[in-house]
Ligand binder design. Structure first.
Ligand code: MGD
Ligand code: MGD
Ligand code: MO
Length: 707
């Protein structure tokens, strides 16, 4: 298709057209959530109202079914608590008392205050956003243009995947890996720091297919997750010790002659340096470090060195610790040593996002006009709001709920409570963060706006056509930032000419066009026509065994075991920030991890009643010995606490938790818990080794009965 044909097709997809279809109609959509599956959806509309949201049977991963959460998307959309009008704060910060105002009043109030702050210092303004929607249009498409035109401080979006992303960049050159769907042909599958039954549920169907065909499944996870429970083997290592385990596997491969020397010589760089460190990490030594048995490591390494095809599915759970980036580098090294990249169903994958030819220019960094604003790490927003000699004065939050999801909630709340901070929140609901807004704006959901998506757990691109008109007075993020740009341009005039750039008036379809390199080979042949014909398409990428002959995105196309630009060029075994053998552990002897429960999506479904019923109340899994030592029995109310805070939950005594490690599920809204504090009151703001990532699962606590 020509560029003009693509633009026209996007324009047509961006329009609501159910009005043309009397009676029941089916609208093609994409799931917006932050999940590797990025499902294709069919939205059933009857008389202008959505009656059902279903999985698209023609999309290979979605295969006609949605997860329980998103099949309730209509319930979430029509929820009585949806924000209906713009509102301004009338109570104290955090109290959550608001009065309705008109859109004009809201824009006036925001533009007046932002202009005043901007005149003193544009960098006193900060966007705060993450992946409430992963769409290119409602994500940074227009919002990024707005903040770049203003020259606002930049947000380093580190809260989820930046350590792993940097680990991939250092070793593979980009966020690429095997096609996750090819896992169904593997004979050995390592689920390493991932719980697909919960957090990547459509992949589970592929894994089951492999299992039925004889594949052996290993889970490498500190607790017996729903996925680990269904594996043949489970290695319950201490959180944050994966680098040592990977070195020990490499140790056995080398010791037992299981290396693919031909692959190493032709397609990798610095393997001998990696292997010389591995030589020091015998299974016996790693067993002590990881707190597992030597026999388990030997068995895992032997299986890995002698089974083909062998696939490793990692996910971001592995990298929320001090060594998160190095854990990813060390695990990705294993298929390069054993030559598993030669097989279409072998290799490893953390993210597939780099296969999609996305344009980073969609948010128009060129509008900065050459200036380089400071970068603020979203994972330390607590510190950023409370310290520093040039304090932030304005925060615009969209697609995120930082008061609940960012680490060290007490610091975050203290920052948000600052009387001199001007906070605007774009939301569907009055979340914990919305409670602190000065101006709260009602945003549209995926059923009410247009978007285009690529994915991080498969290699498809998907369209989302709006199914219904915006509810009440909701407006899409893109529209809100477009309109705010106009207001700001009037106020600031010639002092901020970038606000009058045509990029800030672009339609949603034009933003979608700008989001991808449409002439890239990944879009060749029938890929683009198919996108517009059925609403989703598989890219020409990651076919077969993409790294069978190198082809990594590093400068020399080889896999890199080391990087000499770093202080520590090889992956390093280091203790956690909050190490279980440290003096801090005498006060707080238990490690805590806080992975997602099945029926929450970060904090996004925190208020959907039918899902809350399925999740049950916030709980902690604690090993019977750790429970007995504290006089804890199942069903009791307990406190999970440290010097940063205390989170009240219900105890579930179970050997699904290993000794010394408790599991609290997250992220519940603070105000949805019995004590008013959710799990991030205990997590800290220390960062990962690479990528400045959050270290949610690197945390020491103790647990006691609530008396
Ligand atoms: N239902 C549901 N699905 C989701 C989400 C959700 O909230 N709910 N969140 C989505 C998002 S944003 C993301 S990033 C992905 C996350 O997807 P995953 O990374 O799969 O999710 P997590 O549950 O964070 O981590 C997976 C597993 O890693 C384990 N783990 C923790 N620490 C370690 C460690 O040090 N080493 C090893 N080997 N394992 C460890 C945890 O116990 C957990 O079982 O899921 C997405 N999908
Ligand atoms: N303790 C602990 N904390 C964690 C994690 C953990 O495992 N443990 N996981 C971390 C991870 S992996 C992640 S990714 C982060 C996630 O953190 P966030 O990205 O903040 O995700 P959500 O909590 O789902 O909040 C997204 C918000 O965006 C809103 N939203 C959705 N669509 C739109 C839209 O179109 N417009 C607007 N304006 N708003 C919209 C939703 O209503 C929701 O309130 O949390 C992190 N926090
Ligand atoms: Mo995430």
């Amino acid at each position: 298709m020509t560029a003009q044909e693509i633009r026209d097709a996007l324009d047509s997809w961006s329009r609501l057209n159910t009005a043309n279809h009397p009676g029941i109609s089916e609208v093609q959509a994409a799931c917006p959530h932050d999940c590797p599956d990025t499902c294709a959806m069919r939205v059933h509309v009857e008389g202008g109202r959505v009656v059902a949201v279903k999985g698209d049977p023609t999309h290979s991963l979605t295969a006609g079914t949605l997860c329980t959460k998103v099949s309730r998307y209509a319930e979430r959309t029509y929820h009585p608590d949806r924000l209906k009008t713009p509102m301004k704060r009338v109570g104290k910060k955090g109290e959550g008392k608001f009065a309705a105002i008109s859109w004009d009043e809201a824009y006036d109030a925001i533009s007046e205050r932002l202009a005043e702050i901007w005149r003193r210092d544009p960098q006193a303004i900060l966007p705060y956003s993450y992946a409430g929607t992963m769409g290119q249009v409602q994500g940074e498409g227009m919002a990024g243009r707005f903040f770049h035109a203003l020259g606002a401080s930049l947000l380093d979006r580190t809260i989820c995947s930046s350590a792993g992303g940097e680990g991939l960049r250092l070793s593979m050159g980009a966020s690429i890996g095997m096609d996750s769907e090819a896992i169904e042909g593997a004979k050995l599958i390592l689920l390493w720091g991932t719980n697909p039954v919960t957090s990547h549920v459509h992949l589970w169907a592929k894994i089951q297919k492999a299992k039925r065909a004889g594949a052996i499944l290993w889970a490498i996870d500190p607790y017996r997750s729903d996925s680990a429970e269904r594996c043949h083997h489970h290695l319950a290592l201490r959180p944050g010790t994966d680098v040592a385990l990977a070195y020990a596997i490499a140790h056995v491969l080398q010791r037992d002659g299981l290396l693919d020397q031909d692959y190493i010589d032709k397609y990798t760089k610095d393997a001998e340096r990696f292997l010389s460190v591995a030589a020091e990490w015998s299974p016996a030594r790693a067993a002590v470090w990881c707190d597992v048995t030597e026999a388990q490591i030997e068995a895992l390494a032997m299986a890995y060195g002698s089974t083909r095809p062998a696939a490793i599915r990692l996910n971001y759970g592995i990298q929320r610790h001090a060594s998160g980036g190095d854990a990813v580098r060390a695990v990705m090294a294993l298929p390069a040593l054993a030559g598993h990249w030669r097989d279409a169903s072998g290799g490893a994958v953390l993210s597939t996002s780099g296969w999609a030819p996305r344009c980073s220019g969609v948010s128009r960094p060129d509008l900065l006009g050459g200036c380089t604003p400071r970068m603020i790490n979203m994972s330390t927003i607590g510190d950023a709001l409370n310290t520093g000699d040039k304090p932030l004065q304005a925060l615009l939050v969209y697609n995120s709920n930082p008061v609940a999801v960012a680490p060290d909630s007490s610091a975050v709340r203290r920052g948000f409570a600052r009387e001199d901070l001007f906070t605007v929140v774009l939301e569907h609901f009055q979340t914990d963060t919305a409670d602190y807004a000065d101006i709260l704006l009602p945003a549209t959901t995926q059923l009410e706006h247009f978007d285009i998506h690529s994915a991080y757990g498969h290699v498809h691109v998907l369209l989302n056509r709006p199914a219904i008109a915006p509810l009440a007075q909701a407006r899409s993020n893109s529209r809100i930032f477009r309109e705010l740009a106009q207001r700001m341009a009037i106020r600031l005039g010639n002092s901020c000419p970038a606000l009058s750039d045509p990029a800030l008036a672009a339609s949603d379809a034009e933003i979608a066009y700008d989001a991808f390199e449409w002439m890239h080979p990944a879009f060749a042949d029938e890929v683009v026509p198919q996108l517009f014909a059925q609403g989703h398409t598989r890219l020409n990428a990651a076919q077969g065994a993409p790294f069978a002959e190198g082809g990594f995105r590093t400068d020399d196309a080889r896999f890199h075991f080391a990087d000499d630009a770093l202080n520590e060029s090889l992956p390093k075994v280091r203790p956690n920030h909050e190490d279980w053998r440290s003096s801090r552990a005498t006060r707080y002897p238990l490690q805590v991890i806080s992975p997602p429960p099945r029926h929450l999506l970060n904090s996004s479904f925190g208020n959907v009643a039918s899902l809350s019923a399925l999740n049950g109340p916030p709980s902690v899994l604690i090993h019977p010995h750790d429970a007995a030592a504290r006089g804890i029995v199942s069903g009791q109310a307990v406190r999970v606490f440290n010097d940063r805070g205390s989170h009240q939950v219900q105890a579930e005594v179970s050997d699904r938790a290993r000794l010394g490690v408790v599991v609290v599920f997250s992220v519940f809204w603070h105000k949805g818990t019995s004590g008013g504090d959710s799990c991030n009151v205990v997590t800290g703001q220390a960062l990962t080794d690479h990528g400045g990532g959050a270290t949610f699962y690197d945390c020491l606590v103790d647990v006691e009965v609530v008396t």
